[in-house]
Design a binder for this molecule. Structure first.
Ligand SMILES: Cc1ncc(COP(=O)(O)O)c(C=O)c1O
Length: 374
């Protein structure tokens, strides 16, 4: 794509940091891992940070470390990346889909209560597209109904809810560092938690179930190899140092899009500011107006691609995925999820997107909206 959907932003000093690890004898489980974990913990206000090899493995370890098991129900949004529900199913627990708020695209707290059953153990909250979910009412439901809260902050490092960084505010949370994210480690993720018990278990599970206190090769748990190498951690340490300036830059890109598109009555734009919250812009997702069908949205997506502009159709709801169609379990209607999924279009969004490129994306999108066949 001439103008891709996303593009990592890697500096020369970051390349140097990575190559200098390759000149040392420690390529895994070394000082860079510890430094990266300490940096993420310090930045987010978490007591513990455990680096893993993806956001998905981080979510899986949260489920395992919190004791969620076969037959337990976990409330999740369907308007989300598929790993959110997969991580629940890895442990034979059941994801129960709840609708999102039509404005924020985050879990609608008012719809959660109706989905709770005696088997519900947890609410898995996603900070969709980097916009913090409405945590206060979710925490109060969780307290009242004795449920755990897991924050999927894979798309939201640096986002704040009432002045506090999201991630470690619930029982456990996860950040993701795939190359399309605000900062990247190539592949990777970090679990954050205030609980030393959850942290110790997650740390052991990441490394084949080996406990810290145990002897070499003593495995107390059925664990995994979810380790993150020193090479990835070295990149993460350097990227994290630049996160604040990256977030400011992404905020400017979002405002540039808004300025150019806000006059178009047929587009629903993401809110630029939400009171009491700081958005960490992951992607810029517009929704086409009611006159557009899903097929027409797809036509626009293809036509943008044929002009060299990469767009995304975020999200295809999880309950529409073939692997989830046969899933047993209670299911609410999900009208906001389905409406938004059919009309959403993620526009090219990355740190170094140029003004002229934003102009071209906006102009092409609006031309195609007029040209779309019936
Ligand atoms: C909301 C959300 N959860 C989980 C993940 C999984 O992260 P990873 O791709 O690093 O496994 C992602 C994305 O990439 C995501 O966007």
């Amino acid at each position: 794509m001439r103008i891709p959907l996303s593009s990592p932003d890697i500096t020369e000093s970051e390349i140097q940091a990575v190559t200098s690890v390759l000149r040392t004898p420690r390529l895994s489980l070394g000082p860079k891992l510890e430094e990266f974990e300490n940096s993420v913990a310090g930045y987010t206000g978490a007591a513990h940070a455990i680096a893993v090899n993806s956001g998905t493995s981080g979510l899986h370890l949260c489920i395992r470390a919190l004791g969620i098991a076969e037959g337990d129900e976990v409330i999740v949004p369907s308007f989300a990346f598929i790993a959110v529900a997969n991580a629940v199913r890895y442990e034979r627990a059941i994801p129960v889909f709840v609708d999102v708020d039509s404005e924020t695209l985050n879990l609608d707290p008012e719809k959660i209560e109706a989905a709770i059953t005696p088997r519900t153990r947890a609410i898995l909250v996603v900070h969709t597209f980097g916009r913090p979910a409405d945590l206060s009412p979710i925490f109060s439901i969780a307290r009242r109904r004795r449920l755990l809260v897991i924050e999927d902050a894979c798309e939201a490092i640096g986002a704040e809810y009432e002045g506090r960084k999201v991630g470690p505010l619930g029982d456990a949370g996860v950040f993701g560092f795939y190359p399309n994210k605000q900062i990247t480690t190539g592949e990777g993720g970090v679990i954050v938690t205030q609980s030393s018990q959850v942290a110790a278990l997650a740390r052991a599970l990441r490394n084949q179930g080996r406990s810290n206190a145990g002897e070499w090769l003593e495995h107390g748990e059925l664990g995994y190899n979810y380790r993150l190498s020193e090479i990835n951690c070295a990149l993460g340490i350097e990227q994290l140092k630049r996160l604040e300036s990256i977030l400011k830059r992404r905020d400017r890109v979002a405002r540039e899009y808004h300025r150019r598109l806000s006059g178009n009555q047929e587009l629903k734009l993401p809110p630029l500011d939400v009171p009491g919250r700081r958005i960490s812009w992951f992607v810029y997702v517009v929704r086409l107006g009611a006159r557009f069908t899903q097929q027409q949205r797809d036509w626009i997506w293809r036509a943008m691609a044929s002009r060299g502009i990469g767009c995304g159709r975020y999200f295809a709801p999880i309950h529409w995925q073939p692997i989830y169609k046969s899933l047993a379990g209670p299911r609410q209607d999900l009208p906001n999820t389905e409406w938004s999924a059919a009309r959403s279009l993620a526009l090219p969004f990355f740190n170094n997107l140029k003004q002229a490129e934003i102009d071209e994306v906006c102009q092409t999108l609006q031309e195609l909206m007029q040209a779309v066949p019936d």
